[in-house]
Design a protein. Structure first.
Length: 113
C-alpha cells in the first residue's frame, strides 16, 4: 500500500471530492467498520480540461461496497461568441419582436455600468 501511495504522490494524482457520503465500504460485525476503498484518481492536466467534476456515491442494495460514479463537469472551452444570423432580418415581425423584448427589460443601476 505504501508503494501505491508513493506512486499517487509521484504522479501528483488528485482524489476528487466524494458527494453522498464519506465512505465507500462497510463491513465487520454489524457493519461497524467503514473505509474509503474506492475512488477516482485524476491527473492535474485532466483537471485542467474538466471543471466541476466530483465522485458521487450511489446506493448499495446488496453489496458491501457503495458504487461510485463520475459526475458533472465538462470540457472547458471558454465563452461562446454570440452569432447573429442575417436570415433573422427576413423573418416577418422580427423588428416587432426585438422592440417588444427591449421595451420589456428593466435596467437598474447607473449608466456607467
Amino acid at each position: 500500500m505504501r508503494r501505491f501511495a508513493e506512486s499517487v504522490d509521484d504522479l501528483e494524482l488528485v482524489d476528487l471530492p466524494l458527494q453522498g457520503g464519506e465512505f465507500t465500504w462497510s463491513g465487520g460485525l454489524n457493519n461497524q467498520a467503514w473505509a474509503r476503498l474506492d475512488r477516482f484518481l485524476v491527473s492535474p492536466s485532466w483537471l485542467d480540461q474538466f471543471s466541476g467534476v466530483t465522485q458521487g456515491r450511489l446506493s448499495r442494495p446488496t453489496s458491501d461496497h457503495f458504487p461510485i460514479v463520475l459526475e458533472g463537469g465538462g470540457i472547458i472551452r471558454g465563452p461562446t461568441p454570440f452569432r447573429f444570423e442575417n436570415m433573422w432580418l427576413k423573418f416577418e415581425g422580427f423588428n416587432d419582436i426585438v422592440r417588444t423584448w427591449w421595451q420589456g427589460i428593466e435596467v437598474r443601476g447607473s449608466a456607467s455600468y
